[in-house]
Structures are given as C-alpha cells and as structure tokens.
Design a protein around this ligand. Structure first.
Ligand code: GCU
Length: 595
C-alpha cells in the first residue's frame, strides 16, 4: 500500500511540477532555425476535464497528458488520441468541428514528432498563441502553463526530449472568468484552440534573446541598436549589418550579456507612402538572425500626431482577427493581406487591431503595405480591477505584446484598454499599466479607448482621469446608432485636453443586401446615412487626428442574436462577412480622399 502512495505521489508531481523552463520570449522567431509542428493534431473534447481531475476533483497523475496505451490486455485506458479525430493547427476548434461551434471548455490536443539532439544546442517549444488557459506536456511531463489567448510564449524543453519519437499534449481551456483578461463578456467570438503557429526552435546554448533597432532621433538621423543574450555572458562578439546603409558594426557584450550602440545613418524614412524596410542581419558565432526593419519617428505636438516630424491624419478602420471570408481566427500573411487590401481600398493608412494583439504575420504584412498600427491588450469593459492576478495577467500580456512587436516601425500606438467603467480602482489599475507600458517602450504613443462621459442637449463632454497617462485622447462614440439617431449634425464637443484626438470607434449595423429608407434600421441606406452624418460631425471636432470606424468586416459575436439580420454576426462591417462592400464603404472612402 505504501509503495502505491509513493508511486501516485511520483506520478502526481510529474503531472503538476513543471520540469521545463519558461524562457523569455524569443525575438523574431520567424527568422530562427525552426521545425513547424503545424498540421493535423488529434483532439479530445473533455467537458468535465476527466483527463485532468479524478472523481474527487483532484488532479490525477493518470491524466490524458500521459498519452498512455494499454500495456497488458486487461489494462484500462479510457482514451486514445490516435483513435481521436484531428483538426488543423493553427486554427480554432469552433469552425473546424460543428459540435464545437459554441463550445467553451477543455479540449486536449496531441501531436507526435521526431527530435534528434544536436550537440549542446537548445530546443524551445514556441506557441504563437493558444486561447486561453494552456497546460503544455512533453512526453507525459508538464513543460509549463500559460494564461492569455493572444500573445506568444515558449519553453526550453531540451531536457524533456528523447532521441526519435516524442509527443506533446496540450490541455486548452477557453472558459471565460470574471478575473480573466478579457473578462466574462466581450463582443467577439471566443474562438478556442491552438490558434497560431507551433514551432520547435533550435538555438545555440547561448543565443540572441532580444534586440531593438530603431531611429532614435530625426536630428542627426541617429540609429540606436541594443541586444540581449539569453545568458549574462560578457565578451561575446555580435555583428550588426545593414548592407543597404553600408553599416557593419561589431559589439561586445557586458557582464549582463547586453550590448548597445548608436550610429549615424541616412535611411529613407518609413511612412505609409514609402514603407521602406531595410534588411538587417545580426550575427552571434555561427548563428545569424535576419529582419526587415523600417526607421521612423512618431510623436505628438499639441493636438497633432507627427510622423517623421510631419502632421499626419490617421485614416483608419478597426479590424478583428477573423478570416476574410466566413469567420474563424485569421492566422496567416494571406489572411492579413486580404483584410489590409480591403482597408487600402478604403483609403486607409492606419488600422486599429482590436481588441487584442493580432498575429505577427498581420503586423508584419501591415508594415510591408505601409499601414500604421494601433495594437491593444484585451483589458475590455468590466475587468476585475482590484484582483492582483488580473493585474499581473494584464501586465504579462502587455509585456509580451510589446516584446514581440517592438521592432515593427508601423506600430505607433500601444492601447492598454477599451471602454472601461470609471472608478478609483480602474484608475489605479490603468495608470499603473500605462506607466508600465511607457517603461517598456518610451518611443511609441500610449492610449486607450475611452467613452463620452456626458451628453445632454447635443453637448458631448469627455472627462477621464486617464487623460494624463495617455499621449492620445481616444474614445468610442456611437451617435446615430446607440443614441441620437440623425442628430450628429447638431452635436458639439468639449474635450478639455491639449492632446490629439482619435475617434477609435463609430459606426452602425447593416445587413448586406438589405435596402430601404435611410431611417430603416439594418438597411445599407441607414448605415450609409449614419456615416455621412458622422463624418461631417467629426470634421467639427477640434484636434481630430484620426479615426478607426467600427469595423472593416462583419464579425462573429455570441452577443448578436437577431435572427435573419445578425445571426451571431456583429453587422457593423463596411464589408459583409463574406467580403461584399456595403454602401457606407463609399462614404468613408470619399471622406478619406478629402483628408
Ligand atoms: C463597443 C466595443 C466593440 C463592440 C462595439 C459594438 O464599442 O468596443 O467591441 O463590438 O461597441 O457595439 O458593436
């Protein structure tokens, strides 16, 4: 009996104790030596988490992470991944298995793969994103745990791997919780699963963990470069090459494994009109990382946003990370290219990637296409402001968002929140978060999507204590839809801050192909008229420096249940869910032509 307890304890510790190390997020994983684990993964839907808890709701050592097989004829194993169906990774489960369309809960995933040791090189297991609460097991042992559905994470699993056959099992749970980020309710589909790439990354035992290269100042055209190794190793030689700028510099790391330098250069500055990117090579020993980097300066002056010293009007549109046709999480350059081309057709030079960090392919494609980006973490609506874990979670997502994209010159605004109810606890949470963002990256603008705080007799006032913590005053307003239909022309605005103003959302719904009088809800004519009136109203706002109307394309939402019209789609798109332009598209296009 005592031996059985010891055995159970042993197995239990293997099940619950991480034996791998979560290492800081690797910069530019796409340029590293990788093996993709994308493709078909077996999955088991586990509504009651039978694969994790025993019937006393205690974590069981015999869980599905073991990927166990009967060894003897009488053995009882009540699951078998290899007999289970498969779905594609990256991808959400909601659009791949119709039984899971509305499903929120746990699904287990298993993938077998080959691995062979390569000297003393390390192997990192990298996930672009998994929604939402993920346990990662390698060969039956816990490699690590991650919470958050829209940012990457990686574990050093070298010491868990064996020559030849290996397997990875994930427990993925997308259930919503009050203390989570996002919290319990949000107006988008809670797509579950391994929604972005899974990669085995092969690196030297000493590797370049992160680097930062950008234009430090317009005067004197100073470039600043810094690099961080994964270990505090001094005297390591690192070479930076930017062939087109005839730059080749060698740096030596200090005791912290860091090195930095500034250098003069005359790059063509990146802008929507000239999205110039330079090939950059960073070498450490035999290992070289290649990146495409643009140089620009973003700042504000009074109520203006300046790009490379020149005032710019952000002609934007908001976008959710859904495939261009028909729904499901978008996760490729092709998906992004289609959505961004629609935005280009609108005349946009800017996109608000709402309400969570979108995949890296989308941000890089936007950079190539000359699209400025607002990137945001899902601190959305009624977050649990006084919960310390919630704050830590928000900080983690913010840190990883900035960590992944800080070399993307098209990203100009980090947004830390959307439509959050005013309270002291909220102010405390968000003021700390904005200071954290600034400490992580002082070269970009900080903002959040606020809300109009007082509106009576057509006088609209925005008063928000967070104004002092942001560089740009952004707010959502739905005049013509959620209030004051046809009153946009009468509206007056009081925004008592000497900062640029962005209308981060405005708009209204229309069912594509439904036509009628302009005061008939859901018709294209109603939406068209709403846009016409709103655009004229916005022209009167002092300090208006940009807009990102809600939204490029109809998107799935469990909150939109009007049969025959919404059918679980938010219909505020200027494009229908399958890519047809609505009449309002042409109103915004014309307005942007005048900007
Ligand atoms: C809000 C919110 C969006 C939502 C939109 C709407 O402003 O930020 O996430 O989809 O309004 O009501 O359509």
């Amino acid at each position: 009996m005592k031996q059985l307890f010891v055995l159970v304890a042993l197995f239990l510790s293997a099940a619950t104790t991480c034996v791998a190390e979560e290492v800081p997020l690797l910069q530019n994983v796409l340029s590293r030596s990788t093996v993709s684990l994308n493709g078909s993964w077996h999955y088991i839907v586990d509504v009651q988490e039978e694969g994790y808890y025993d019937y006393r709701m205690k974590p069981t050592p015999w869980g599905f992470f073991q990927n166990a097989k009967p060894q003897k004829p009488e053995d009882l194993i009540e699951y078998d991944f290899d007999k289970a169906p498969v779905m594609q990774v990256p991808g959400d489960w909601n659009t791949q298995d119709e039984r899971l369309f509305f499903y929120e809960g746990t699904v287990w995933f298993k993938r077998a793969f080959q691995w062979h040791r390569n000297g003393n090189r390390r192997t990192l297991l990298y996930f672009g994103a998994v929604n939402y609460d993920t346990y990662v097991y390698v060969n039956g042992k816990l490699a690590g745990h991650h919470v958050g559905g829209f940012t990457p994470f990686n574990f050093d699993v070298t010491d868990m791997l064996r020559e030849g056959d290996n397997f990875v099992v994930l427990k993925v749970d997308n259930k919503r919780h009050a203390e989570a980020v996002p919290t319990q309710i949000f107006d988008w589909w809670n797509y579950g699963g391994i929604t972005r790439d899974v990669l085995l990354v092969d690196v030297e035992s000493v590797y370049i963990e992160d680097y930062n290269l950008q234009l430090a100042s317009l005067e004197g055209r100073l470039l600043s470069f810094s690099v961080q190794l994964n270990k505090p190793l001094s005297s390591q030689q690192i070479t930076l090459s930017i062939p087109e700028l005839k730059i080749k510099k060698t740096l030596t790391t200090d005791a912290e494994g860091k090195a930095a330098l500034s250098m003069k250069a005359k790059p063509i500055l990146w802008s929507p009109a000239t999205p110039k990117l330079y090939q950059v090579d960073i070498q450490l020993g035999s290992e070289s990382i290649r990146d495409e980097i643009g140089f620009r300066i973003i700042e504000t002056r009074g109520k203006q946003i300046l790009l490379n010293g020149n005032p710019i009007f952000l002609k934007g549109i908001s976008i959710h990370e859904e495939k261009p046709n028909g729904g499901g999480r978008a996760n490729s350059t092709a998906d992004a290219h289609t959505l961004l081309s629609w935005a280009k057709e609108l005349g946009c030079n800017y996109v608000r990637l709402a309400h969570y960090p979108h995949n890296e392919y989308a941000v890089r494609e936007a950079e190539r296409m000359g699209m400025l980006v607002w990137s945001e973490i899902p601190v959305y609506w009624t977050i649990a402001w006084t919960n310390a874990d919630t704050y830590r979670n928000a900080v983690r997502q913010l840190t990883d968002m900035i960590r992944r994209d800080h070399n993307r010159c098209n990203v100009i605004i980090w947004s830390i929140a959307n439509e959050t109810p005013h309270s002291d606890a909220r102010d405390q949470f968000l003021s700390r978060l904005s200071q954290k963002a600034r400490s992580l990256d002082a070269t970009r603008l900080i903002s959040m999507a606020m809300e109009v705080t007082a509106a009576n007799h057509h006088k609209n006032r925005l008063q928000d204590n967070m104004n002092q913590y942001v560089d740009v005053i952004s707010f959502n307003q739905y005049i013509g839809w959620y209030r004051d239909v046809n009153d946009a022309p009468k509206m007056e605005w009081e925004i008592p801050y000497d900062k640029p103003v962005i209308i981060s959302e405005f708009g209204g719904g229309a069912k594509y192909g439904l036509h009628g009088a302009k005061n008939q809800r859901w018709t294209e004519e109603f939406q068209e008229n709403l846009y016409r009136e709103n655009c004229a109203m916005l022209d009167k706002i002092d300090g208006l420096a940009g807009t990102s109307p809600w939204i490029l394309k109809d998107f799935r939402s469990p909150r939109r249940v009007l049969n025959g019209i919404q059918d679980y789609y938010n219909r505020k798109g200027l494009f229908s869910d399958d890519g047809h332009k609505k009449k309002a598209f042409y109103v915004l296009k014309e307005w942007y032509q005048g900007k």
